[in-house]
Design a protein around this ligand. Structure first.
Ligand code: PLP
Length: 355
């Protein structure tokens, strides 16, 4: 690991005592400090931890115009023994640098990403929630900071980490619209990268779906609108004929979710048959009609495991009983037990903030 020092400048006052931990709206509250590092002249400077505050930029900032911007989403949990642990942050580092590569941005060093995150979490330890289904959401991001209007990779970047204590993302089972017109990602594109533009492009179709009464969109393949891909910020799983199935990643159009890969491993360790493969919407509709499609759920860091009770495809409404989804329940419980340390970390996924 590249070594360096992380200079810490502490905030003069803390917002901790005025924060209501019984009512944490997702992603709206941030802790007292943030981490920041600058890339210029071909190298990263040391990361610094400074008071959380607005930053100002020239109106010509490259990110504003051409969107060279990537991010990650990670959670840290309060363990039963009082310590805190981050869920698989090295996987997020790998994916962050994959996104960086696709967007012609520099790699971020492990020291900045992992050690930076640990130091920031140690400083903000009192902010890590203790309640069930609560966590510290960690948001590392990088953006271009050249001050020039011209389409080219920036020569300067900021890497930052901010922290937001959060409760559950969705409070009820989801009603999903199967999208047939708009497309999220095509082979050769940037679907596998966690880059800002993917989300900007999804907002309008998501708004139309909301107006029709749906919570989220299920994206389909770009060519035939026939094969299931994923939802807005979560991968999808189904239980069909007793098997756990999820779309495969080969086409590069699906975000390689860390929750997704963890659930695949965990379901196998619980004795389930798991298939990563092409899944057509016709197969799901047929399974529903035969009664062999028994569960559907989304999986992601922000949402954890979120049950899907409705899927609207053309005139067919697939309606599933969220109160009887034993596989989703079992996976959700096993993940929760791992995250608060009540089950042994047999996969080696938890990284202690003080280790
Ligand atoms: C972040 C994200 C996911 C979930 O990935 P995790 O690593 O499990 O958080 C799934 N799909 C999209 C589009 C995402 O942005």
């Amino acid at each position: 690991m590249q070594q360096g020092t992380i200079k810490i400048t502490k905030a003069a006052t803390s917002k901790l005592s005025t924060t209501d931990f019984n009512n944490l709206p997702f992603g709206k509250l941030f802790t007292d400090h943030m981490l920041l590092a600058e890339y210029k002249d071909g190298a990263w400077g040391d990361p610094e931890i400074v008071p959380y505050a607005p930053i100002s930029f020239d109106p010509s900032l490259a990110t504003f115009h051409y969107g060279q911007s990537i991010f990650e989403g990670i959670k840290a949990f309060r363990m039963k023994d009082g310590s805190a642990a981050i869920f698989r942050p090295y996987e997020n580092l790998k994916r962050f640098n994959k996104s960086a590569h696709r967007m012609a941005m520099p790699d971020v060093p492990e020291f900045h990403f992992i050690e930076g995150m640990k130091q920031l979490l140690k400083l903000e330890d009192k902010w890590i929630p203790t309640a069930e289904d609560h966590a510290m959401y960690i948001r590392p991001f990088m953006f271009a900071t050249d001050e020039v209007i011209g389409v080219a990779p920036s020569s300067k970047y900021y890497f930052m980490i901010i922290l937001s204590p959060v409760g559950p993302y969705f409070s009820r089972p989801l009603n999903i619209y199967v999208e047939e017109q708009y497309v999220r990602a095509a082979p050769g594109g940037v679907g596998y990268a966690k880059t800002a533009g993917n989300y900007a492009a999804s907002l309008y179709p998501a708004k139309l779906a909301k107006e029709k009464g749906f919570d989220q969109i299920l994206w389909m393949d770009a060519f035939e609108h026939k094969y299931v891909q994923e939802c807005g910020a979560m991968n999808v799983f189904f239980v069909l004929d007793g098997k756990v199935i999820t779309p495969s990643l080969e086409a590069g159009t699906i975000l390689d979710g860390i929750t997704r890969k963890s659930i695949v491993d965990m379901a196998r360790s619980l004795g389930k048959v798991v298939e990563e493969r092409e899944i057509s919407i016709d197969e799901l509709v047929a399974g529903y009609k035969k009664g062999t499609l028994t569960e559907a759920f989304g999986a992601g860091t922000a949402v954890t495991v979120s049950k899907i009770s409705g899927l609207q495809y053309k005139d067919t409404h697939i309606s599933l009983d969220a109160s009887s989804m034993p596989v989703a329940d079992q996976i959700k419980q096993a993940m929760a037990a791992l995250r608060d340390g009540s089950a042994p970390d047999s996969f080696g996924w938890m990284v202690k903030t003080n280790a």
